[in-house]
Design a protein around this ligand. Structure first.
Ligand code: FE2
Length: 367
């Protein structure tokens, strides 16, 4: 879309696009968003202009479309100039983006058979030029990816993770290697017990974005992993149980993590929505749910809604089940996909860690 003409008006600059549509950008907005070197630092891209401390400049003497530089220039009565690029104007043509930060519900899967392209690639493919892009796209589309034929070493797994971004630190450390025979495990994840479908970090304000797991050594029976698309459950509940969906989108559920020297607690709705009602995050961990109470009627409605989600997540037909084996690295979107594990006997050694959500989003923007 390109600019056909400009029509300065009292309340702002009316920009007429070549398809005949138009959009009025207020004068103050244009001055505040000016991309001139003095207004927006060319390297840091940080705003230098401060429209809140200067004398308001709403008197315009000229507006120009610069087709060569693809920008609109506004000359103000005090002889200063502001300029905004076509790209910025185009990206701001709508006052809010309905998909802002939303998960991609075009490709959510209710059953593993609904996964269109199974998200699996080899380690060599991942390490190739276009490998990271494919890996990121698999996660964005399906909520997870498997990288096979990887060296069964913590170094190779760490290299894989750091190709995406730095590994996030947490109470469990950064990149870690652990087994199921710890004397004092900090979490059920470090034992042989079964774990219900859940997302990690319901007790921190900013839950981990991606989680990577790689089984390095295995001399065990059982311990199958399951993945469930929480986004698909959200969209199913939105249609089939709208009142329960509303309750789970609005009631803050606390999560907690208590150890000798740590007491974490945070709260958020099970379904976090953006201002257009699209799902940004699914957050569910029945094991880590902290005590909380609503009035009795609301508490009963909450239990009913939570049970519907719980039962859908525990429905085997919704779960993609597989065994973590040495040489296959699993990464999943912890803001969308729930993970679970069957109990096991024997010995397993695993390694892995977390990435922040914003670093995953940053990579996606750059590809
Ligand atoms: Fe977990």
């Amino acid at each position: 879309m390109s600019i056909k003409s400009l029509n300065p008006q009292n309340d702002g600059l009316n920009i007429i696009w070549n398809d005949g549509s138009f959009e009025i950008f207020p004068w103050l907005w244009i001055r505040d968003h000016s991309e001139n070197e003095k207004d927006l630092h060319p390297d840091s891209k940080q705003r230098q202009i401060d429209v809140f401390t200067e004398t308001p400049q709403d008197s315009v003497i000229e507006t120009v479309v610069d087709q060569n530089s693809k920008k609109v220039v506004v000359r103000w009565a005090d002889l200063t100039e502001s300029s905004v690029s076509f790209n910025l104007l185009k990206s701001m043509a709508k006052t809010s983006n309905p998909n802002a930060q939303a998960l991609n519900n075009d490709t959510c899967w209710n059953y593993p058979s609904e996964i269109k392209t199974f998200p699996k690639m080899t380690y060599d493919e991942f390490m190739s030029d276009k490998g990271l892009k494919k890996w990121l796209m698999y996660i964005q589309e399906n909520g997870f990816v498997l990288v096979s034929e990887a060296p069964a070493s913590s170094e190779a797994t760490k290299d894989l993770m750091e190709r995406m971004a730095y590994v996030r630190n947490s109470i469990f450390g950064g990149f870690s290697v652990w087994d199921n025979k710890l004397d004092n495990p900090d979490d059920t994840a470090f034992t042989s017990l079964a774990i219900e479908p859940h997302t990690d970090g319901t007790y921190v304000h900013d839950a981990p974005g991606l989680q990577t797991l790689h089984c390095l050594k295995k001399d065990s029976v059982g311990g199958e992993n399951q993945l469930v698309d929480g986004l698909a459950i959200a969209e199913t509940m939105r249609k089939e149980y709208p009142e329960s969906f509303r309750i789970l989108s609005s009631i803050n559920i606390p999560g907690r993590y208590i150890k000798t020297d740590t007491y974490l607690e945070a709260m958020r709705p099970l379904f976090r929505l953006n201002d257009k009602g699209k799902v940004i995050q699914v957050s569910f961990n029945n094991h880590d749910r902290a005590p909380f109470r609503l009035d009795n009627k609301m508490m009963s409605q909450f239990y009913e809604a939570y049970k519907i989600f719980h039962n859908l997540a525990n429905n085997k037909s919704r779960q993609f089940e597989f065994m973590l084996e040495p040489g296959t690295v699993l990464t999943f979107d912890n803001w969308r996909v729930l993970h679970a594990r069957a109990s096991l006997t024997g010995y397993r050694q695993l390694c892995g860690g977390y990435h922040n959500r914003e670093d995953f989003e940053s990579r996606l923007r750059l590809i």
